[in-house]
Design a protein around this ligand. Structure first.
Ligand SMILES: Cc1ncc(COP(=O)(O)O)c(C=O)c1O
Length: 407
């Protein structure tokens, strides 16, 4: 595609798409049915044997999860199994419980956040919309901090921490970040571990920890670094098998320091009598070794990677200088940046021709992309043929928005 194509030709092509009345959806990072099929053996694996780790999984108890499920989670989060809490199916829900425990109960060392006048969080941008909507609901003020390709802008963080005493935490996705694909460098993790501030939490939502397409940079050992910096009590790591086994029926987990764990269990035990150990046993049996987990992830990558390759191939047809986008080595998203001020036009052109995208601005706190340029592309759920057409339409809308602007 070329920008000097006659605008009337672009308009014609666009009208043809519109007339076809096809609907495409690149809104959310959902696994495809083909991916989910790889976990179908979860249905039959129990075979009437409900004992796992010599525990009757059918009964109440073990709020922190089965030992073998904690071990599985420890491979994903790269954490000591003793520091792991496995409960429920959604890491977002666990995060919500954890934040509420800090608000109402405190972390055992400091006053509950409800007793502080104002709590603010550093939010890396572009970032995950559900983090932002959760923090907003909890009345936590969000301060955007840009990602740089290998983690956050450290100078800005230093500045903000010096000038704003309401800041109590930072939320990040340290590997294949949603949506930019950033993998945090050791320097960035060390800097975060070095933040010495009372009542401060560094939250790593490591949803894509083991989701490499093939070769990918290794994430530094976060837990080890925090322990070495004497900051284990400020560390929170989260993950789930939503994008490993079944989305919504997998396992969610969190890693905390021994202090953090004791305190969280003191809070959470008032709301639940145990965890779903049957589902934990299912997962522990299927992913019964690091090797089994790695093999499963590489089978998933065989399905996912061609879709990401196709997205790159299509975006590469755009003329130079009118857009930038990320080239992730894993995860679920591509982050697309138009020229400043163009995203809303591209988005509405897509929408009007039947291509649904993540709502405009969703990748920023309060839905405010001040430069009006970021669009998240989520290619996993649709099949390749559909994706190809959806990306043709997307690229056409990028060109048309640019052409209309120059008209
Ligand atoms: C960064 C991140 N965290 C969490 C989730 C949701 O995870 P869960 O299903 O465990 O709540 C997603 C899903 O897209 C995500 O991208």
């Amino acid at each position: 595609m070329k920008l000097d194509d006659d605008i009337s030709i672009l308009k014609e092509k666009y009208q043809t798409f519109k007339n076809s009345k096809k609907q495409f959806d690149l809104t959310r990072g959902r696994p495809s049915s083909e991916q989910l099929d790889l976990s179908n053996n979860l249905e039959t694996i129990m075979k009437g044997d409900f004992f796992q780790d010599k525990i009757d999984t059918r009964n109440y108890g073990l709020l922190e999860g089965l030992p073998s499920a904690r071990k599985l989670a420890s491979w994903v989060l790269n954490s000591d199994p003793a520091n792991i809490f496995v409960n429920g199916t959604s890491s977002l829900t666990l995060l919500g419980h954890y934040l509420q425990s800090l608000i109402f109960h405190g972390d055992g060392n400091n006053v509950p956040w409800k007793d502080i006048r104002k709590v603010s969080f550093l939010c890396l941008v572009p970032g995950y919309d559900r983090h932002f909507s959760m923090l907003e609901k909890l009345d936590i003020k969000m301060i955007p901090v840009p990602l740089m390709g290998d983690g956050p802008d450290l100078d800005l963080i230093e500045n903000l921490l010096e000038t704003d005493e309401t800041i109590r935490g930072i939320i990040c996705v340290p590997k294949h970040s949603n949506p930019t694909g950033d993998i945090f460098s050791v320097e960035k993790i060390k800097a975060l571990a070095n933040i010495k501030k009372d009542n401060f939490k560094v939250i790593f939502d490591n949803a894509y920890a083991v989701h490499d397409f093939d070769k990918s940079k290794k994430l530094p050992d976060i837990e080890k670094i925090f322990i070495e910096h004497d900051s284990h009590d400020s560390l929170v790591m989260l993950g789930s098998t939503s994008k490993i086994s079944l989305a919504g029926s997998g396992l969610a987990f969190m890693s905390l320091s021994p202090n953090g764990m004791k305190n969280f269990i003191d809070y959470f035990s008032k709301f639940s009598l145990g965890s779903d150990k049957v589902n934990q046993a299912r997962h522990a049996r299927i992913f019964n070794s690091k090797k089994a987990l790695t093999e499963h992830m590489s089978n998933l990558a065989k399905i996912i990677k061609p879709k990401f390759d196709l997205v790159q191939e299509k975006l590469n047809t755009l003329p130079k200088g009118i857009a930038n986008w990320t080239k992730p080595t894993g995860g679920y998203f591509v982050s697309f940046d138009s020229l400043t001020g163009r995203a809303s036009k591209i988005h509405s052109l897509c929408q009007d021709a039947g291509l649904k995208l993540t709502p405009l601005g969703a990748t920023f706190p309060y839905g405010k992309d001040l430069e009006n340029k970021n669009i998240r592309i989520a290619p996993t759920q649709v099949e390749l043929g559909e994706l190809s057409k959806a990306m043709d339409l997307f690229c056409l809308c990028v060109l048309l928005a640019e052409g209309l602007n120059r008209e």
